[in-house]
Design a protein around this ligand. Structure first.
Ligand SMILES: NC(=O)c1ccc[n+]([C@@H]2O[C@H](COP(=O)([O-])OP(=O)(O)OC[C@H]3O[C@@H](n4cnc5c(N)ncnc54)[C@H](O)[C@@H]3O)[C@@H](O)[C@H]2O)c1
Length: 251
């Protein structure tokens, strides 16, 4: 399998390159607006990439989305969209591109987090409106978007478990008044080198249920990206996510 890696000079890009080398997967080319010594050709823009690829992996940022989608649409190359911080307009553009080419998108490529998502939905169904759901995420101080894509995925799952009527409240400050039953609080903590921690708390009367996941290294996301790329290779046009990949592993 040959990969084009967008965001190749970043923390995740370097982890993907290392994991690919360990598995004998070739990185045909890297793309990044930054420059770093890499053992494969590096370009500033996808427009300069002539190398053929079976799959593109994008670990850059939401700002790189249009160039990635245009390149994949033009060449019929499937893509793993692993960056976070996409807007609603970005998501619409992804859905449009997925009519022409196979795209895999997730805010979190770890198996553990996707299991956490399923458990959070189940907990919300069981505990219902009697418990207050709050999500806390913690990441390193370099992270640019907040809350994390994963925290938003978790909030969506909790909301589905509660029936879909919840209101997301991002952090609280000042005289916000009493917490409403319909709220799901989402809180972002930033500091040091924390790779990624997510906690879903259901606080009820005299008892608290907490579900949590802690990523101890970026390897878990890099290996997830390569698994997704292998799975996506040769797939028909469409928008896929971790549920599709995990069907058969977790049911
Ligand atoms: N889906 C997941 O499981 C998962 C896991 C970890 C990180 N992420 C996301 O992946 C992204 C990268 O994370 P990171 O920690 O490696 O960040 P990073 O800042 O270390 O790396 C991003 C790299 O992309 C480059 N870049 C940014 N915009 C670009 C553009 N428009 N064109 C080309 N290159 C561009 C930057 O120069 C940088 O080298 C973030 O959005 C992060 O939230 C997702």
């Amino acid at each position: 399998m040959k990969i084009v890696l967008v965001g190749a000079c970043g923390r995740m890009g370097k982890n993907v390159a290392e994991a690919a080398a360990e598995r004998g997967i070739a990185i045909a080319a890297g793309v990044d607006i930054a420059v770093s010594p890499l053992p494969f050709p590096l370009y500033r823009s996808l427009k300069e990439v002539d190398e053929g690829a079976d799959v593109l992996i994008d670990f850059s940022s939401a700002s790189g989305l249009e160039e990635t989608l245009a390149w994949c649409e033009e060449r019929g190359v499937p893509a793993v969209l692993a960056a976070t911080g996409y807007t609603e307009a970005d998501e619409n553009r992804i859905a449009e591109a997925a009519k022409k080419v196979a795209l895999f998108q997730t805010g979190n490529l770890s198996l553990g987090v996707n299991l956490l998502q399923m458990l959070a939905k189940k907990a919300a169904q069981v505990l219902g409106g009697a418990f207050d759901a709050e999500i806390v995420e913690r990441h390193h101080h370099f992270k640019k978007d907040a809350p994390s894509g994963t925290a938003l995925m978790l909030a969506k799952s909790v909301n589905e478990g509660l029936g879909g009527e919840a209101e997301f409240v991002y952090g609280r400050s000042g005289m916000v008044g009493e917490r409403k039953k319909s709220e799901i609080g989402i809180h972002a903590v930033r500091g040091g080198t924390i790779v990624g921690e997510h906690e879903v708390m259901f606080a009820g009367e005299d008892e608290i249920v907490t579900l949590s996941h802690s990523a101890r290294s970026r390897k878990v996301f890099a290996s997830g990206a390569l698994k997704a790329a292998e799975w996506l290779r040769g797939k028909l046009a469409g928008l896929y996510n971790m549920d599709d990949l995990l069907t058969g592993i977790v049911s």
